[in-house]
Design a protein around this ligand. Structure first.
Ligand code: UDX
Length: 450
């Protein structure tokens, strides 16, 4: 099939390369010339395991090209919309500027003279957007069918998640004839995935839009739930990792996404729950989602708690103390600094006067340009040398595997805050460290009432 992908950021670039891998002829369109030049040359503009090889393979196969020229998308049978929907400055709502621009481009350039063409929305949008897009498409006089086809990929697993998704959702138009065209075209597009037995769900447009934000809200809620339990553990002497293990054995709960720590960040969960609340307000059902305010507040409080814990361990002041921060990206296997809890904590510690050194295996370059105030170093050894406190904030494998005995020889004072609860407290304590996790034996044991 001939496929276009509008927007070649994280989602779009990976989707385009994966569609080429499935055998389609793909054009990726983006307004950013530098990004298009990188992608065309087979150079990934971001860090993502497996993407570089796939990109190089597909661009040289001749099935995948990137362009800034919208005329090149004209003959596609399906146009995927994969542009960003960031949070509006100073507001909760999503900024739909890029979605509108992408749709305008399709309405202007799509050639429907040979039959109906599908617009497949992948961007995370406020519910109701697909119907508006369909109305604009109808008004354009072109034969365009809008299907909302949300994407659930995780950074760090983007290629794997695109080529082996848990499910594929089609949000189809209400008109049965239009719906059957949308279904037929996307079935052809995803034929090799559907052949693997990946579940496909057919629903209407609003449900498909809601599926995405509901999934992300649920994941965010799970993380904030366990972080709330971490606060209780800190207040009582409990251990939140053991608590998570114990409740996670219940298959109705499950252990995944119950890792307490400095909380969630990135380009999706924080802004998606806020945009969802804003949309609920517009729809007059804001009360249905007020709990997400608390989810957001618990999440942000974890960052402050990490800073307060660091301050306590340093005797109440950062000035005159050297602090090493391990990790800046919002999660491992990513160089993404968007709304990163690690970066937020590091910035706060720096702002309070610490002599701070920060390192990250993938995000160092992005970090240097985004936060020139911070002392970014290339290795763990440089970061921790003579430190009075080590903060582990992104759980890169190489940090989990650090040897506490070796590290002890480099620091001035062996105190570590495990902001992701990934280290073995006993091992670090045995090596002479003061170990503090988040919700792991952090506070006094109280036996109120006895
Ligand atoms: C998320 C969704 O998982 C994905 O389905 C959607 O398409 C996009 O948003 P992503 O942002 O890549 O993906 O990251 P994810 O793996 O979900 O992690 C989000 C944040 O939650 C990270 O900051 C991570 O460190 C944090 N997290 C995750 C926790 O704090 N605890 C956990 O138990 C799990």
């Amino acid at each position: 099939m001939r496929v276009s992908v509008i927007g070649c950021g994280y989602l779009g670039a990976v989707h385009a390369a994966c569609m080429a891998k499935l055998g389609h002829q793909v054009v990726g369109l983006d307004v950013d010339e530098a990004k298009v030049a990188d992608l065309s040359a087979g150079r990934p503009p971001f860090f993502e395991p497996g993407f570089g090889d796939l990109l190089a393979e597909q661009t040289s196969s001749g099935r995948l090209e990137f362009t800034t020229d919208p005329d090149r998308i004209a003959d596609a049978e399906v146009h995927f919309v994969a542009v960003g929907t960031p949070q509006l400055q100073g507001r909760y709502a999503a900024d739909l500027t890029y979605v509108r621009a992408a749709i305008d481009t399709i309405l202007t350039h799509a050639d429907t003279s040979a039959g109906p063409v599908v617009i497949a929305g992948k961007s995370t949008v406020p519910v109701g957007t697909a119907q508006r897009v369909q109305e604009s498409a109808n008004a354009s006089g072109k034969d365009l069918v809008v299907v909302w086809n949300p994407e659930f990929l995780r950074e760090g697993f983007a290629v794997e998640d695109t080529l082996k998704p848990d499910r594929i959702v089609y949000g189809l138009p209400d008109d049965p004839d239009r719906a059957s065209i949308g279904k037929r075209v996307l079935d052809e597009c995803y034929a090799s995935l559907l052949g693997l037995g990946i579940p496909r769900m057919l629903t209407n447009q609003p449900t498909a839009e809601l599926v995405k934000v509901a999934a992300n809200s649920f994941l965010a809620t799970k993380i904030s739930f366990i972080n709330a339990m971490a606060e209780l553990c800190d207040a009582t002497g409990g251990d939140v990792t053991q608590l998570a293990d114990a409740i996670g054995y219940d298959p109705r709960i499950g252990r995944k996404f119950l890792r307490a720590g400095v909380g969630f960040g990135g380009g999706c969960l924080p802004k998606d729950i806020r945009a969802f609340m804003a949309r609920a307000g517009e729809l007059g059902v804001d009360e249905a989602l007020t709990f997400l305010r608390e989810v957001d507040a618990i999440n942000l409080r974890q960052r402050d708690k990490a800073v307060d814990l660091a301050s306590d361990l340093l005797g109440g002041r950062f000035v005159g103390h050297r602090v090493a921060v391990l990790g800046a990206a919002f999660k491992p296997n990513s160089d993404d600094l968007r709304d990163s809890p690690a970066l937020d904590v590091a910035q706060q510690v720096w702002a309070r006067g610490a002599d701070l050194a920060i390192t990250d295996p993938a995000a160092a370059t992005a970090l240097r340009s985004k936060r020139p105030n911070l002392n970014v170093v290339d290795t763990v050894d440089e970061a921790v040398r003579d430190a009075d406190l080590v903060l582990l904030l992104t759980e890169w494998r190489e940090y989990i595997d650090l040897d506490p005995v070796v590290l002890r020889g480099l620091v001035r004072t062996p105190i570590i805050i495990d902001g992701r609860n990934v280290l073995d407290p006993q091992r670090w304590t045995d090596a002479g460290w003061v170990y503090r996790g988040m919700g792991r034996h952090g506070g006094p044991t109280t036996a109120a009432g006895w």
